[in-house]
Design a protein around this ligand. Structure first.
Ligand code: F6P
Length: 351
């Protein structure tokens, strides 16, 4: 059957395991609907530069297992560079009928702005941070939690051997989803997340009191964006603005370990960093990503645009991009509270 319509798909922002599975989900559904799919390379830059890649079920064969994104990605916002009209021109020059934008808060906000300018776009929620509103879960999160949990499992034995505190820093700029899930599943002793600021003095007191509480060693999981306030009310670590205009975090665990060492407490740091984003997605993320991809094409084919596909109670839904743009889904403190009770965690950050 000759293709009557042509949809583009792009991946924007930081990569997340499952991006290629979303693309394959798009392609398989598009072929069933008689729609042609075109890959747009390097996020919005690919529309600006008309840099594309042909996609079909053969090209995307075995993409479910592939980490990264075969379309490549960039942190690039055309509105920041006043290049939005070049992107719109690229879209029409490529004869596209619709666009699927797979990305996190930045890409979805940009998608919303383009939709307001008339671009027929559907968003797919991607980020290992799991902090997108309008969905129960982003793809990539499950893989990141699994990776972090495996690292914590390994760190238990070396921490026990030396009687140390091992501080594991995980990603999560503004939300503690990875830290709380990996920390609880990995039986960490303390988890510090951005949603629950902690006083440095309380953390030091917790560490000093370990031995008297009969503990030989401890695992402390800290989200990179955790807020730990010193005695002057200043955060222990601050982010640095990057050239791409977003805050780069990382290093709070190093500062914390230095302070604990200074207080005579043997401690070391492991920063998991981009290991959490790399490699093959879990089976859960592959399934979720496939569903997101397939549903996004169906919606676009039905003529619905300006929405993001979401997951609600295991069903695919749609949410207007206007309700997502510029917002963030944080760990619900009441849910976090329940989790602290269910697991033997000591949570100095609460209240
Ligand atoms: O937004 C996802 C994320 O992995 C954050 O957890 C982290 O702060 C950031 O991206 C790192 O970005 P980059 O790859 O640009 O260093």
């Amino acid at each position: 059957m000759a293709a009557t319509r042509k949809f583009g798909v792009l991946t924007g922002g930081g990569d997340a395991p499952g991006l290629n599975a979303v693309i394959r989900g798009c392609v398989l559904r598009a072929e069933a609907l008689g729609v042609e799919m075109v890959g747009i390379r390097r996020s919005w830059l690919g529309l600006r530069d008309k840099d594309t890649m042909a996609l079909d079920s053969h090209v995307t064969h075995r993409w479910l297992v592939k980490g990264g994104t075969e379309l490549r990605t960039r942190r690039y916002d055309p509105f920041d560079k006043n290049e939005e009209h070049m992107v719109l021109t690229g879209f029409s020059d490529l004869d596209l009928d619709g666009l699927i934008a797979i990305g996190g808060d930045g890409t979805l906000t940009t998608s919303h702005r383009f939709h307001q300018l008339g671009l027929p776009v559907v968003g797919v929620p991607k980020t290992i941070d799991n902090d997108i509103v309008g969905t129960d879960q982003t793809f990539g999160f499950d893989t990141a939690v699994q990776t972090a949990c495996e690292a914590i499992d390994r760190l238990h034995t070396t921490a026990a051997a030396h009687g140390r505190i091992l501080i594991v820093e995980v990603m999560g700029r503004y939300s503690g989803w990875i830290a709380s899930h990996a920390g609880i599943a990995g039986e960490a002793d303390l988890v510090l997340i951005p949603e629950a600021p902690a006083a440095l003095a309380d953390v030091v007191a917790w560490a000093q009191g370990l031995k008297s509480r009969g503990r030989e060693y401890a695992i402390l999981v800290v989200a990179e964006g955790a807020v730990i306030m010193d005695e002057d009310g200043k955060p222990l670590a601050r982010g640095k603005m990057t050239a791409a205009g977003y805050e780069k975090l990382g290093g709070v665990s190093v500062k914390l370990a230095e302070i604990l060492l200074g207080a005579g407490i043997d401690s070391r740091t492991t920063i998991l960093g981009h290991i959490q984003r790399g490699g093959t997605p879990t089976a859960f993320d592959r399934m979720l990503a496939l569903r997101y991809g397939a549903r996004s094409v169906e919606i676009l084919a039905e003529g619905i645009t300006g929405v993001m596909v979401g997951l609600r109670n295991d069903h695919m839904t749609t949410v207007p991009l206007s309700e997502i743009a510029g917002r963030r889904r944080n760990v619900d403190p009441s849910q976090a509270e329940l989790l602290w009770i269910l697991s033997p965690l000591e949570h100095v950050g609460k209240g």
